[in-house]
Design a protein around this ligand. Sequence first.
Ligand SMILES: Cc1cc2nc3c(=O)[nH]c(=O)nc-3n(C[C@H](O)[C@H](O)[C@H](O)COP(=O)(O)O)c2cc1C
Length: 349
Amino acid sequence: MIYDNIKKILFVLPPETAHNFVEFFLRVFARYKLSKNFFASRYFVDDEALCQNIFNQKFKNPIGLAAGFDKDATMIAGAYMLGFGYSEVGTVTKVAQIGNKKPRLFRLKELNSLQNAMGFNNKGADNMLNNIAKTTADIPIGISIGKNKTTPNSDTIEEYLYLVKKFKNSCDYIAINISSPNTPNLRDLQNEPFVAELFAKATTITAKPILLKLSCDIDKTTAIDICQTAINHGCSGIIATNTSIDYSLTSLSKDLGGLSGEVIKDKAYELFETIAKEFYGKTLLVSVGGISSADDVYKRIKAGATLVQIYTGLIYKGPQICHHINRELIRLLKADGYNNISQAIGVDR
Ligand SMILES: Cc1cc2nc3c(=O)[nH]c(=O)nc-3n(C[C@H](O)[C@H](O)[C@H](O)COP(=O)(O)O)c2cc1C
């Protein structure tokens, strides 16, 4: 396979350098119609069986590019070229920040996993707004928002509301990120009073769907309580999960940052399943964490996910991942007698 060879080269480079390299190529190829269409015709699966109408937008397949890959919204057309049905860009903060000290991204190759302590490195809200304005809207866009590292928790609500206001006309949904392990005390905001106030105020600013992304490590009862509070105050969906700092998952882990990929697959699924049991049919559910095959996606869909997202799987499986999954997904749906993916959502609950 071609990607096996490309991967050998990319994996010789430090992970962030490899990422920047890929970003460069995606931007160049996306700039020209000819190359953009060439890649899209190879990787983007366009089939009615996978189409869903969500948030008044057509999602042509359920696989989104997870937050963190495209921090500054420079690769939306690139995500389309790779076959993603939508992209969640960010996490973006009000002001640009450099993130944590390098090295902060590591490969756990034996486990098809990553560990990162990036710390919301991004060029800030104004830059993202400009980048989105310049892009062609080939696929729906979600914007993940977070707080600057130096913002005290007492000013955090105002900062999230600022970002909601900023992006309300530039995306199809907004994702609230209070679940990254790499910004000090951020995950402490996963509490009911904060979530209640944030959603109550944010939903007066915009009618755009606002979703909540949860940590992989949150205790299940707390997760249910927080989701319920968020939904009571206007939250439109739950994204589960972010990375995990449960280093007992592997002896190969480092002592910093969040694990992603195969190593968190079961843990992320377990939390998703718990949430789906409680909230399927009451809100939109997005599953993320360790997904890399059609079987993974189908399992999450049948457990109640309307959409899924992938980050680490893309690094290990390469640019064909969406094409492979979507083609196989169509086969799995047909084999079970479904004409459209929406008929399979939640059937295993
Ligand atoms: C390098 C890296 C950076 C990430 N940055 C963000 C981020 O900025 N915001 C966010 O919500 N999630 C971020 N994530 C988490 C992913 O969106 C996703 O929730 C997690 O990696 C699990 O999915 P996966 O196993 O498919 O990678 C990041 C993940 C990685 C690997």
